[in-house]
Design a binder for this molecule. Structure first.
Ligand SMILES: [Zn+2]
Length: 199
């Protein structure tokens, strides 16, 4: 819809829209501005899939591939296409289990804290949480985020073992381990929607 002053000729309006066409297209399709308009994945060749903050191309192949293969791009078998969302979910869960367990161990040592277990699930409501029994819970969708954002979430939950609330002391503990904490929080604010909705 175009709003224009009363009496302006259609020709002038048409020319104005035409002249601004590229700019309009960029605004409407800007991924930061309209994260929730992202379409759900169809898992067809050429589609991109987010992993550690980067987009990788998906190839649907006639070869026999067990689950999801990752070789500088993603590959799935054509016969697995109908269950692609489940296979990708499984793939991210396994990657999350490995990376987050490793990073939690590393940061727990650096911070001098002890946790019980790392649990990866489909929390839906939150990226991460820390339970009274010192279990660290993470949403597998965070594997789509850059590595430093994942580190921030791991450190955030570990810091709750020292400080229950988001006090200045809490943020101080976090930023000692993750200096780019503000950037990570901003990244989640801007991209959080995309992480959840695409599949
Ligand atoms: Zn918190």
């Amino acid at each position: 819809m175009v709003r224009a002053p009363k009496g302006m000729s259609e020709e002038v309006i048409r020319r104005a829209v035409e002249a601004k066409k590229l700019w309009l297209y960029q605004k409407v399709n800007h991924e930061h501005k309209y994260p929730t308009r992202q379409q759900r994945k169809e898992f067809v060749s050429g589609e991109t899939v987010l992993y550690l903050g980067r987009k990788y191309r998906l190839q649907v192949s006639d070869e026999d591939v067990a689950g999801v293969a990752f070789r500088s791009h993603f590959v799935i078998s054509r016969k697995n296409q109908p269950q692609a969302a489940r296979l990708f979910c499984q793939w991210y869960l396994e990657r999350a289990q490995e990376r987050i367990a490793r990073r939690a161990k590393y940061f727990a040592e650096a911070m001098g804290v002890n946790y019980n277990r790392v649990l990866i699930s489909d929390l839906r409501v939150r990226w991460s949480s820390c339970t009274p029994k010192s279990n660290l819970n993470f949403n597998w969708h965070i594997m789509k985020a850059p590595a430093s954002v994942i580190d921030y979430l791991v450190v955030h939950e570990l810091a709750h073992l020292l400080e229950a609330n988001h006090t200045p002391r809490f943020w101080n503990v976090v930023s000692v381990q993750v200096p780019q904490v503000e950037w990570a929080k901003e990244w989640l604010r801007r991209n959080g929607g995309v992480l959840e909705v695409d599949f």
